[in-house]
Design a protein around this ligand. Structure first.
Ligand SMILES: O=C[C@H](O)COP(=O)(O)O
Length: 253
């Protein structure tokens, strides 16, 4: 297994209120103790209005991320937040390119690339999401779609040490239909080869590629044991105590 630190993100999406968030923070704080968080990067992404609250309450080493940001620092962009604001809140991570941003809100590869570059320039690390739809997989376009989404940031001045790639097949998100360990490993392997060919051997070897899509406490160990799966981006299960088991999928704490 390559020496890439395991990474587990919890994407709460548009879920939670103060009461339920208190419960989530309680199980993260008690379950993700020092011995565990020392071995895993844990990053949770609450809805924007709760970011500061969550950041103040988490006391176990887990970091807090934003779920999205725009491509400029400030201005007349109602409803948006900027990477500079995320930095100002004391955060270091943002999720970009999530399938819900791509397919519900119509974000293009170009916009996601622009947002990624601006976030990196502002000092924010990026969880860069890609993934094919079911019809694309069934049409034999899995590799083509994922490579196209990823190569949107090739050729730019990317600091790859600050990017985590999240492979999230759209058909597996929130459906209960998880990619099999073999299916996920196959795509992760392709992505690593693609990085090796188009960027560099060093970037391919060191960049973490995490899997997302109906990850649960039950399936995380087998998925996490695949050689090119370096962690998870978890949606639904990150709102439950199962999240702690997923954090521990590869460590023995
Ligand atoms: O960002 C997380 C993914 O969309 C996965 O969501 P899920 O675990 O609910 O399938």
């Amino acid at each position: 297994m390559a020496d890439r630190r395991f990474f587990v993100g919890g994407n709460w999406k548009m879920n939670g209120d103060f009461k339920s968030i208190d419960g989530i923070i309680a199980f993260i704080n008690s379950g993700c103790d020092g011995s565990c968080c020392d071995k895993v990067d844990v990053v949770v992404a609450p809805p924007a209005p709760y970011i500061t609250y969550v950041k103040e309450k988490i006391n176990c080493g887990a970091q807090v991320a934003a779920q999205n940001c725009y491509k400029v620092a400030k201005g007349a962009f109602t409803g948006e937040i900027s990477p500079e604001m995320i930095k100002d809140l004391g955060l270091n991570w943002v999720i970009l390119g999530h399938s819900e941003r791509r397919h519900v809100f119509g974000e293009t590869d170009q916009l996601i690339a622009d947002k990624t570059m601006h976030a990196l320039e502002a000092g924010i690390n990026v969880i860069f999401c890609i993934g094919e739809k079911l019809e694309e997989r069934e049409a034999g376009k899995t590799k083509e779609v994922n490579f196209r989404q990823l190569e949107a940031i090739f050729g730019k001045n990317v600091d790859w040490s600050r990017i985590v790639i999240a492979y999230e097949p759209v058909w597996a998100i929130g459906t209960g239909v998880t990619a099999s360990p073999e299916q996920a490993q196959e795509v992760h392997g392709w992505l690593r080869e693609f990085l090796k060919e188009k960027v560099s051997e060093q970037v391919a070897a060191s960049t973490r590629i995490i899997y997302g899509g109906s990850v649960t406490a039950e399936n995380c160990r087998e998925l996490g044991s695949q050689s090119d799966i370096d962690g998870f981006l978890v949606g639904g299960a990150s709102l439950k105590p199962d999240f702690v088991q997923i954090i521990k999928a590869r460590s023995c704490c």
